[in-house]
Structure formats: C-alpha cells, structure tokens
Design a protein around this ligand. Structure first.
Ligand SMILES: [Zn+2]
Ligand SMILES: [Zn+2]
Length: 437
C-alpha cells in the first residue's frame, strides 16, 4: 500500500505534461482512422438530414443511433426520458465521461436546395402539419457523436475509463435533458466525472470556439393573458381594450433592459407572439402575449422576470382592467457554464492538434441550451462550437452584403466534410485527454 502511495506521490510531483495526451500523435491516429471511416459518417449524416423528426418524436433517429452504437460494442438503453438513448462502453478503471448529442429537428421548411435536403412533413405536438428540417445542425452533431464513439473504440488502448454517450430528445424545446434526468439518468447509469457537447456555428470549418464561463444564456419564457371587456369598435368607452394594454406592455417592457439593467450586463426581453381579436370593428376581450427572456447573470435574470410581472400588472391597472394571467418560466434552461480548469486543460490539446490560429475567441451566445440541465449538479463540463462553412462561402456572403445563413435559417447548409471530421477529432481529443491511463 505504501509503495503505491509513494508511486502516486511521485507521479503527482512530476510535470503534469507527463500524463497529458500527446495531441499531435493522437490527431494523426484519428485522421488515419477517419480516412477509412468518413464515407460511412457522411452517409449517416445525409440519412439523418433527410429524415428529421421533432422533439419527443425522434423514434427513427434514436433507432438509427442505437443500432450504430450497438455495432460498436456499446451497451445501449433506449427510451430514456421518452426518446433519449444512453450508450455505455467500459474500458477499465478510470473516469466516466459523458458526450451529449441532440436528436431533434425544427418545425420549418428547408430551402437549401441541397440534393439531400429534407422534404419531410410531420405533425407537431398540437397536431398541426408542419415541415421539419435539421436547420440547427443536430444531424451533424449525431454523425460526429457516432464518429467519436467509433474513433474512441478503435483507439481504446490509448485511454481508460467509461464512455457515457447520451443522445437527448427535444433540445429545441429545452425540455429533453430534463426529461432524461427525471427518468433517473444519473442514478441508473452513474454520474459522469466530465461532460462534453459540441454545436455547429456559422463560421469557417476547421475552426473551434469556446471560452470558460457562460457559453449560452439562461432561457426563460413568459405567457401573459391581458383581460379586457370586449365590445363594438365604434364605442371604445364601453370596453376595456386588451390590445391597448398589450401594446403598452410591449413598449414599456423594453425599458427594463435599457433603463434598469446596467449597460455592461447582458439581457434580452422579446415578445414573439401577440394574438388578439378577429376583425377590425370588434374590440376583443383578451390578448395573449408570448415572450422570451435571455440572461447570463442570475441577478439580472431575477430582475427581468420580476420586472415583467410588475409591468404586466401595471399595464392592466393603468387601463382599469383585471389583473392579467402571468406565467413565467414554462420552458427554461440555465446558462451553460464551461468549467475553467477543464476548458484550460482541453484548450492545450486543441491548440496543439489544430494550431493556435484555428481557435477563435468566443463571446457567449444569447441562445439557450439545456445541456446545462445535465451538468448543473456539479459535473465539470465543456461546450464548444465548430465551424461549418468554407472561407469562399463566407467571403461571397460578405461581398454580397448578405448575412451568413446560420442555425435556424431555412438556408443553413453545413459542408459535411470536413465539418464532421473536425467534430469527431475535437471531441475524441477532448475525451481522450481526460481519460489518460
Ligand atoms: Zn437550435
Ligand atoms: Zn441546436
């Protein structure tokens, strides 16, 4: 026992680099493996792209991924948190490392004109028919996820520990991670020591971005029902007009960020839906407003949510109307916070494998992500972005003064190779780096 303790002490005193991954050699191993494996990943990507499914309806997608992971030797459990899957691969004593992908697509029409563009239609959760498309790049994340699993299995003599590959449903609704955690994800499969996720971003392929601290925002939603008194449009004095109340709220709520939040703090309040009335000459009796709130700082978050409530009540009171129905935070995710030590440790490997130039500074995104729901119980995690467009495409769009068609655009068309290769390489390096024997 003593001898072991002494060896451990000596190792701990040695340069930490002695235990670090040789990223350049590992990248060469990964590249060699991917040269043979890439065509299969390309086929998988295009198949997933042509068969997108909405949140909690990802039956085919989950099956395709579960089959692929079983073929690699993972033990796969399906239907975790409705349609999520968990794939475990044990390779000796060492840390448990989680790698997350999303399964879901968006209710929108793809307009990329790609030969493998989605033409699929489906029914959303309210039974309405809608087009469906992978316009957030989750198909590319899935191909990278399977590719990373295959790479790690092929290089299993170079790391030790347990891989926990998690594919979650319904990321776009910010509810799939919660549904997996509530389905006893961590008590059934163990709590990982580290967790990683990647996301496509509208920048040049071969480039990566990440940063310690907030990477995405706290995302909260609100729904307000302003109650008035309906009547004839020609006799407003006999009514209480909920459209005027709602309009007052929309205008006044903008002053929350501009007048109450310090200018160097991030906050967004947007009203995305305002529904009231049927025709021009009837004052309706109610107006329904839906909105979203994004923040990084918990104090600003509370301030904005309280402010929305206060301004909604005041808008109604000013019109002598009954108090509105206010519901806040029906779909929420906390900001994804990258662990400083893990970010630093992974950055060293990314820089030596890809070169300093390929790493771009990253501002936190105002978008939200429910990866935070997995890691909020003290799991050190890193969420990073990979680019998906060629420099020529980016220059062309800039020269024509066109915005880059990024995630959620109907024209979002990532270039599969080398974007998937970058995803696989970066994720494999990040994982192997924390699983050095
Ligand atoms: Zn998205
Ligand atoms: Zn996404």
């Amino acid at each position: 026992m003593k001898k072991i303790a002494l060896t451990a002490l000596l190792l701990a005193c040695a340069s930490p680099l002695a235990l670090a991954l040789d990223a350049v050699a590992a990248r060469q191993d990964i590249d060699r493996f991917l040269d043979g494996k890439y065509p299969g990943l390309d086929r998988l990507y295009k198949d997933l792209h042509q068969h997108p499914e909405l949140g909690f309806q990802e039956y085919r997608t989950a099956k395709v991924l579960a089959d692929a992971m079983r073929k690699l030797g993972f033990t796969v459990t399906e239907k975790v948190g409705k349609t999520g899957i968990v794939a475990i691969y044990r390779n000796g004593a060492g840390p448990t490392v989680m790698v997350r992908s999303e399964l879901d697509a968006l209710p929108m029409q793809e307009k990329t004109g790609l030969p493998y563009a989605s033409t699929q239609k489906t029914k959303d959760q309210d039974g309405r028919e809608t087009f469906v498309a992978h316009s957030c790049g989750h198909d590319l994340h899935m191909a990278s996820w399977v590719g990373t699993a295959a790479t790690l299995v092929s290089l299993k003599d170079k790391w030790k520990g347990t891989l926990m590959f998690v594919a979650q449903p319904a990321e776009e609704e910010l509810s799939g991670a919660r549904s997996m955690v509530d389905d006893a994800l961590f008590s059934k499969f163990g709590k990982p020591d580290y967790a990683f996720a990647l996301h496509t971003a509208p920048m040049e392929y071969g480039y990566l971005t990440y940063k310690a601290g907030p990477q995405t925002s706290n995302g909260d939603s609100f729904a307000l029902v302003f109650k008035g008194k309906g009547g004839h449009g020609s006799m407003p004095e006999r009514t209480i007009d909920p459209i005027v109340i709602g309009a007052r709220f929309v205008t006044d709520v903008q002053s929350l960020v501009s007048r109450e939040v310090p200018p160097n703090r991030f906050g967004v309040v947007s009203v995305g839906a305002f529904n009231a009335g049927t025709v021009g000459n009837i004052i309706p009796d109610e107006a329904v407003l839906l909105g979203t709130v994004r923040t990084y700082d918990p104090g600003v978050r509370t301030q904005l949510l309280n402010g929305i409530r206060r301004i909604a009540l005041a808008s109604a009171q000013a019109a002598n109307a009954p108090a509105p129905d206010i519901s806040i935070g029906t779909s929420q995710a906390d900001a994804v916070l990258n662990d400083a030590a893990l970010t630093d440790r992974t950055a060293k490997v990314f820089k030596s494998a890809f070169g300093d130039k390929a790493i771009q500074a990253q501002e936190p995104s105002p978008a939200s992500e429910d990866f935070s729901v997995f890691v909020e119980h003290g799991i050190p995690s890193l969420y990073f972005m990979i680019g998906v467009f060629s420099s020529t495409q980016l220059k062309d769009w800039a020269a024509r003064g066109q915005p880059v068609p990024g995630n959620h655009s109907p024209f979002f068309a990532p270039v599969p190779e080398p974007s998937i290769r970058t995803g696989v390489t970066a994720m494999s390096l990040a994982v192997m780096n924390v699983m050095q024997p």
